[in-house]
Design a protein around this ligand. Structure first.
Ligand SMILES: [Zn+2]
Length: 520
């Protein structure tokens, strides 16, 4: 998750501690969470103003926003079965007797959980930790090291490797496993290589050391967002290739830069390149978020970031007088209108337990500017708002409403967009959609519970969807607190390895989706 999007809800301590106990983690390791503050992002994610007209949303989800696809839970996660037991007891650290069954077997997760020391570590975990140690941290990511790492992976896996420099020093690395039917569109597995900065003093361990504690938690920036997913793709492909599989559709793994600062020198440029068109992407998987419960969250759309600056002009004068028609009075009216709208949306979200944050429009007043002295009434003042517009909102009407609020405040009140995303798209989660059927079918077979949501912030998926590639945001991390961009970002190795199992099932299904009308 990146760029314009860095607004994690700061949740109360009680909730976080509860999550920690669900995970069976050492309570001491929560020090970092309870005291967590959201680190400043790399900044500079002001988008290019875009004033394209709003197209119709091509696909309407029939599952409904926030709908829960209730699939049968995994047997091991049945009600009453304590997650703590699952992680620490049944699957927890134990002698590596299962390893004889082969680390790549269906039981690999179990065997891998039994990795008390470095020597017994699952090779996929070792690889994950190597990747985490590459300092691709904004604002000066070591992209060269990441690309070299990926090239080496391509070499070892016997995959094609293409490097597309979309901007100076900004390389998209594409690893390709050709399908048996090149006429079909491809499956695109996307991940970003950059990570957000850290406030080291709040971390229990060096965020670029990829420290693994005795419980099996790996602490590192990028552990959740989203180096885990990049390695999971690679390891699933490695496993499938080793088992001698071939699939009709080509699988491309794209590793993109700069997502965390808006993707403007990453995916936004890449999708306009001929090299991207040559990939013939028919469907994409991209990042999602962890889910603290047994369920997995899958994102089928995103809200549109609208950053709006309202400027009010009025009569200046001496601070001791009742000046008529001041900039401040008019700005106050606009702020009042926007905050009243905010409250309405907040209550709508609170009143309906089925609604998730992504389904409503949020807004925050994030900047107030103006004035030069205590005794001078300024002629100009401005207020800046961060709107996140839900994908079912009529953007034209919404802009009219903004205009109306400004006009109602009086003469000389204008607004401008600093960022304006106008192409919201919804990826189908209808059972009749072959991609969704393949995706959800595997989840059903694996007895994974899916929660369908709209991503509350923005990811590179928006660029893919905007050029017509349906995309699902999915980071297979259940029973994991949402710690992306936070202190002590971490992931349990068992959850990480389970993710490889999941992709090992997902990729064959998605890469074998029969020919579609859109393929010709
Ligand atoms: Zn991310």
């Amino acid at each position: 998750m990146g760029g314009a999007t860095r607004e994690l809800p700061v949740r109360p301590r009680a909730e976080l501690v509860a999550e920690a106990s669900v995970l069976g983690g050492d309570p001491r390791s929560e020090t970092g969470i309870t005291g967590r503050r959201l680190e400043a992002g790399a900044g500079g994610d002001a988008g290019t103003p875009s004033l394209r007209s709003r197209p119709a949303i091509p696909v309407q989800p029939r599952g409904g926003r926030g709908a829960v696809l209730s699939l049968r839970p995994r047997r091991t996660l049945s009600p009453g079965h304590s997650p703590r037991r699952v992680l620490r007891g049944e699957h927890g650290p134990q002698p590596s007797r299962e390893r004889g069954g082969g680390p790549w077997s269906e039981l690999s997760t179990r065997s891998a959980m039994a990795s008390p020391g470095r020597e017994g570590e699952h090779p996929s975990v070792t690889l994950f930790r190597q990747y985490l140690r590459i300092r691709t941290v904004q604002p000066e990511p070591d992209y060269g090291a990441a690309v070299a790492f990926l090239e080496e992976r391509a070499r070892q896996l016997g995959l094609g490797c293409q490097k597309v420099e979309v901007a100076p020093g900004r390389v998209v690395t594409v690893l390709t496993w050709p399908g048996t039917n090149p006429k079909l569109s491809s499956l695109l597995l996307n991940s970003h290589t950059d990570v957000v900065p850290v406030s080291k003093e709040y971390w229990s361990h060096d965020p670029f050391e990829a420290f693994k504690d005795a419980e099996g938690y790996i602490y590192a920036r990028g552990a959740q967002d989203m180096k885990c997913v990049g390695i999971q793709y690679l390891e699933a492909v490695r496993r499938l290739k080793a088992e001698g599989h071939h699939f009709p559709r080509t699988i491309h793994m794209t590793f993109v830069p700069d997502e965390e600062i808006g993707g403007h020198k990453g995916m936004e440029l890449f999708v306009q390149r001929p090299e991207f068109k040559a990939l013939k992407a028919g469907f994409a998987l991209d990042e999602g978020l962890a889910n603290p419960t047994d369920a997995f969250t899958v994102f089928y759309s995103e809200r549109s970031p609208w950053w709006v600056r309202v400027t009010s002009t009025g009569k200046p004068g001496h601070g001791s007088r009742f000046i008529e028609d001041t900039a401040a009075e008019k700005l106050h009216k606009v702020v009042g209108s926007v905050l009243a709208f905010r409250e309405k949306e907040r209550q709508r979200l609170q009143a309906n337990p089925h609604l998730k944050l992504g389904a409503v429009t949020s807004v925050n007043l994030t900047k107030l500017e103006g004035g030069m002295a205590y005794n001078v009434v300024p002629a100009t003042m401005s207020a800046s708002f961060d709107f996140r517009v839900a994908p079912d909102v009529d953007l034209k009407a919404f802009e009219e409403q903004l205009r109306g609020w400004c006009q109602a405040a009086g003469q000389g009140v204008t607004f401008e967009f600093v960022q304006k995303w106008t192409e919201p798209r919804v990826t189908s989660t209808d059972d009749s959609d072959p991609w969704w059927a393949a995706f959800s079918g595997v989840c059903k077979d694996m007895r994974l519970t899916l929660e369908q949501e709209i991503f509350p912030a923005a990811t590179d998926s928006r660029y893919l969807r905007a050029v017509g590639v349906p995309a699902l945001g999915f980071s297979p991390m259940n029973r994991t607190p949402v710690l992306l961009h936070g202190h002590d970002e971490r992931l349990h190795e068992a959850v990480f390895l389970r993710g490889i199992d999941i992709y090992t099932r997902l990729l064959p299904a998605l890469a074998s989706v029969p020919a579609l009308p859109s393929d010709s």
